[in-house]
Design a protein around this ligand. Structure first.
Ligand SMILES: Cc1cc2nc3c(=O)[nH]c(=O)nc-3n(C[C@H](O)[C@H](O)[C@H](O)COP(=O)(O)OP(=O)(O)OC[C@H]3O[C@@H](n4cnc5c(N)ncnc54)[C@H](O)[C@@H]3O)c2cc1C
Length: 469
């Protein structure tokens, strides 16, 4: 068997035989399919990553099978990339160095629903976990809008926030990730338990420093959720209403998003349900808070277009409201036109509609704002995931500079290095744990720009760099 990636010098036939009885996939077209994620949102990442493929896929079903796969990979010095649902946007799950892809979706049991938490195998789909929780009156504190195909391990390793974050904070906030079981990639893979704040050693490391096999996450009481949409004549009014709604303690929202009217023109499934050419506010809130929502929207100068219980939504054959939030908003536009892309931009706190109004004309007609509201340290913050009509790197840099000059920090969505986006600088705690759990540096190492410069150091020396920076 030859190398599909063209980057490895491993006998992949012998490798596959050594993995038995673990299921493997070696058909090139299927291996190539599993080498991709949603990096194509970015034309820059698309150009850089579209020709990067793995060589073989393994699908372990149990922690013991996972241990076996990792021991074989270690013995062959094989580069390894973990893959859940493959819904990441930055090529996190792309095997840049070729090698083995370990797909976790066969390790998908919901193990325990406890008092305020759920424990599941890493490959469990977020939607399946919610389905197990809801009959017991609970739900996940937050989940990505990709919950139907995203795994809980992929969310912890690659995600950051989602539906629920306006109430319960980001994934990294205290109490949201309760515990992680993580296997090392060495001669005899061992299992490590990370609890409480120590889970941050592994969270958002893109699978470079250990293999998550089990996740315990916080749960919250479920409610009778109603999907709500309201429209506004001016974007800054939609944004102001979003802020008023998110901080109103009498309304228990689990989602608040706003989108420029030009983006809504790409939502054909909402035709006839929301007013045309208006700026949109999307929310999910409990049935008993709908009257207060209506009053708030009227007071903020908006118009309530839609309030639907889950049964009414199904009856009306409409998508979930969260299909118009987070990176699903971008997806709706990309479905119609692949020239669109996006960016990730922080906003000064507290949210200020006047700052948004000042910034909009500076950005130009190729940047259409879309904000998500979330809670950080108890305060409401917003971040912008604008649609950008891509015309080249130079214009993108210019757009980034306009945001930054106005005090809106850009967390670049067009880089496949873990340090390039949200992190900005190296996370030496992540890299110290990489040294401990992945001594040969086989786990998704290309994704860390800093790894090469520290891999010769001991774990303690790498960790010391964290306090020095
Ligand atoms: C339309 C759309 C909407 C989105 N909305 C959101 C959102 O609301 N919030 C959000 O945070 N993200 C969002 N994302 C990004 C992504 O969907 C989520 O982060 C999702 O949870 C990733 O899960 P996954 O199983 O697809 O992970 P994958 O893409 O398969 O993997 C993500 C990263 O985690 C690593 N990994 C996977 N499993 C393991 C494991 N068991 N151990 C160690 N490392 C592992 C992979 O190597 C990769 O680096 C969105 C993406 C799209 C395309």
């Amino acid at each position: 068997m030859t190398s599909i990636s063209g980057k490895t010098d491993i006998d992949w036939g012998a490798f596959a035989r050594a993995l038995a009885p673990v299921e493997v996939i070696n058909t090139p077209v299927l291996v190539k399919k599993r080498s991709r994620d949603f990096f194509w949102y970015s034309p820059i990442l698309n150009a850089e990553l579209k020709s990067c493929f793995g060589d073989l896929v393994a699908r372990p079903r149990t922690p013991d099978e996972m241990r076996h796969v990792l021991a074989v990979a270690y013995a062959h010095d094989a580069p390894v990339v973990l893959r859940g649902g493959g819904t990441g946007n930055y090529g996190q799950a792309v095997p840049v160095n070729g090698g083995l892809i370990i797909e976790t979706t066969a390790m998908n049991r919901v193990i325990e629903v406890g008092d305020g938490f759920v424990r599941a195998e890493a490959g469990a789909l977020m939607a399946d976990i919610n389905a197990a929780l809801i009959p017991q009156g609970r739900e996940m504190a937050m989940f990505p809008s990709t919950q139907d195909i995203a795994t809980v391990g992929g969310f912890v390793a690659g995600g950051s926030a989602g539906i629920g974050s306006v109430a319960n904070g980001a994934l990294r906030d205290p109490g949201n990730i309760i515990a992680l079981k993580v296997q090392s990639l060495d001669a005899t893979p061992r299992e490590h338990l990370f609890e409480g704040v120590d889970t941050l050693h592994i969270h958002h490391a893109w699978g470079i420093n250990g293999v998550i096999t089990e996740v315990s996450l916080r749960t919250v009481p479920t409610r009778d959720w109603v999907g709500c949409m309201a429209t506004f004549d001016r974007y800054e009014d939609a944004y102001a209403a979003g802020h008023a709604l998110a901080r109103d303690e009498a309304i228990a929202c689990k989602l608040v998003s706003t989108a420029d009217a030009r983006i809504c023109a790409y939502f054909p499934r909402l035709d006839g349900h929301i007013r045309k050419d208006r700026h949109l506010l999307v929310s999910l809130l409990p049935q008993e808070d709908v009257a207060a929502f209506r009053a708030l929207i009227t007071q903020e100068g908006g118009h309530v277009d839609l309030t639907l219980t889950e049964d009414e939504r199904i009856e009306a054959k409409l998508p979930h409201v969260f299909d118009f939030s987070y990176n699903h908003t971008t997806l709706q536009v990309l479905k119609a036109d692949r020239k669109a892309t996006y960016q990730q931009v922080g906003c000064p706190a507290p949210p200020d509609p006047r700052a948004i109004a000042r910034l909009r004309p500076q950005l130009g007609d190729d940047v259409w704002m879309h904000h998500e509201f979330a809670r950080v340290g108890g305060q409401i913050v917003t971040f912008d995931l604008p649609i950008i009509w891509f015309s080249g790197r130079a214009r993108l840099d210019q757009i980034n500079a306009i945001y930054e000059d106005n005090g809106f920090p850009v967390h670049d969505a067009h880089t496949w290095r873990v340090e390039g986006g949200g992190l900005k600088t190296a996370d030496y705690r992540h890299l110290a744990w990489k040294k401990r759990l992945d001594p040969k540096g086989l786990l998704n190492s290309a994704k860390s720009a800093a790894w090469d410069s520290v891999k010769h150091l001991s774990a303690a020396e790498i960790e010391a760099l964290e306090t020095a920076q």
